[in-house]
Design a binder for this molecule. Structure first.
Ligand code: ZN
Length: 412
């Protein structure tokens, strides 16, 4: 027997409409006996497309066409579905429901109250291996509104670390991730911005002002510095996450109003450029050797990215539910650092860290370390005498990198 899925919200909308018959669309997976029937075509569905007819109360007296299709018959207390085969015989199908809005809300109640998150708007800049995964995790947690920024398309070399699949090749990442978000939370409102944020500053300002939380997962510093300006202007909270070369490790920085900014952390644009993950050879700084360039291009495994995404998601949930009575309240008093560091392997920047099995209280791999970052009195972005104008070149001569001064708190 074929197994049919229909959407309760679509069923209710049809029952409440004036129409007695509508033409919809069904998507069947051949050989699997599974069919999804909708009242309208979906923008990006997979499976074989077959006509579907929705009726109230009874079957039509005449068949539609001499080819196979599905019929859904709805009454106030019953839903039946039939497959009309090539011989125009009716085969009854098993009907299953995709839950309605109310049911999804009641099912999701648990560790996080869904109503805390359902009206929160999260802006995600960059939908690479970080941003794409974070968007989907937040959709699963019940975040209701997204603004997704990325001007790239899904390419073959992205796939190994990206949530998108081979079916998404060539698509804009914004469109592909919207589908993935809706697939997890069909009620989510998703606005798409396939643009470079530094090209459309007025729009960027407007979107930062509207967001409850901004997540910056880009692989270039121009966007991070530009975003910092907007955050300072609108007093917003943001999370900056990234992997360093070959994903040997990574870090997460939290920007909160009144605290240190991204510019306080990295000190200078030049320093940050030398340590950030660079996946595109054309962006390599001129002073990087061929050996380093090759290392930079091998960007690491998805499993090296996952732990960093996971901390960003947890911090995001803490920020979105801050001050509310929720199941993750305890994290609010524990995740109090501005900066978190993670190492996957003892390489380069982490080469001096202790081996995992002999670390005792020294920093080692596969553990999170928090650090308090001092607010820089001479910060060109957030200090009283900040001079940085948007898009202007920064004079880095007087600035020193802050990484060396970071003291890791091991908690032991
Ligand atoms: Zn600053």
């Amino acid at each position: 027997m074929k197994c049919i899925y229909i959407d309760k919200d679509e069923v209710l909308a049809f029952l409440n409409s004036e129409d007695c018959h509508i033409e919809g669309q069904s998507y069947e997976w051949e050989g699997e006996n599974v069919v999804h029937i909708h009242t309208a075509a979906l923008p990006h569905a997979f499976g074989r497309v077959v006509a579907a007819h929705w009726h109230k109360s009874s079957l039509p007296s005449e068949p539609y066409a001499p080819e196979h299709y599905y019929v859904v018959i709805l009454s106030d207390n019953e839903a039946k579905a039939y497959y009309v085969n090539e011989e125009l015989q009716l085969e009854e199908c098993e009907v299953n429901f995709i839950p309605s809005r109310e049911e999804m809300y009641s099912r999701a109640k648990g560790i996080l109250e869904v109503d805390i998150l359902s009206n929160k708007r999260v802006m995600i800049i960059g939908l690479g291996s970080f941003g794409s995964q974070i968007a989907i995790e937040l959709a699963k947690a019940g975040v209701g509104e997204f603004a997704l920024f990325d001007f790239d398309r899904v390419e073959l070399h992205n796939l190994a670390r990206h949530t998108c699949t081979i079916k998404d090749l060539g698509r804009l990442k914004t469109d592909a991730i919207k589908d993935a978000v809706i697939g997890k939370n069909k009620l989510a409102k998703v606005d798409l911005f396939p643009i470079n944020i530094t090209d459309q500053k007025a729009l960027m300002d407007e979107q930062v002002a509207k967001a409850d939380l901004i997540i910056c997962a880009t692989d270039n510093n121009a966007s991070r510095f530009y975003l910092t300006q907007c955050l300072l202007k609108y007093n917003k909270v943001a999370l900056f996450g990234r992997a360093v070369t070959r994903a040997e490790g990574g870090d997460v920085f939290r920007h909160r109003p009144g605290g240190p900014c991204y510019n306080c952390l990295v000190g200078s644009r030049a320093h940050a450029m030398a340590t950030e993950e660079i996946t595109n050879r054309s962006q390599l700084p001129a002073y990087v050797s061929e050996e380093d360039a090759n290392a930079m291009i091998q960007v690491g495994l998805s499993s090296d990215i996952e732990p960093i995404c996971n901390l960003i998601v947890k911090l995001a949930l803490v920020e979105l539910s801050r001050g509310k009575n929720s199941g993750i309240e305890s994290l609010e008093t524990e995740l109090t650092y501005d900066y978190y560091m993670w190492a996957n392997r003892r390489e380069r920047r982490h080469a001096v860290w202790a081996p995992f099995n002999e670390a005792k209280n020294k920093p080692t791999i596969l553990k999170w370390y928090g650090a308090r970052i001092a607010k820089d009195d001479n910060c060109p972005s957030c200090s009283a005498n900040a001079l940085l104008d948007l898009g202007e070149d920064l004079n880095t001569d007087s600035l020193t990198p802050n990484y060396e001064g970071i003291v890791l708190e091991t908690g032991e």
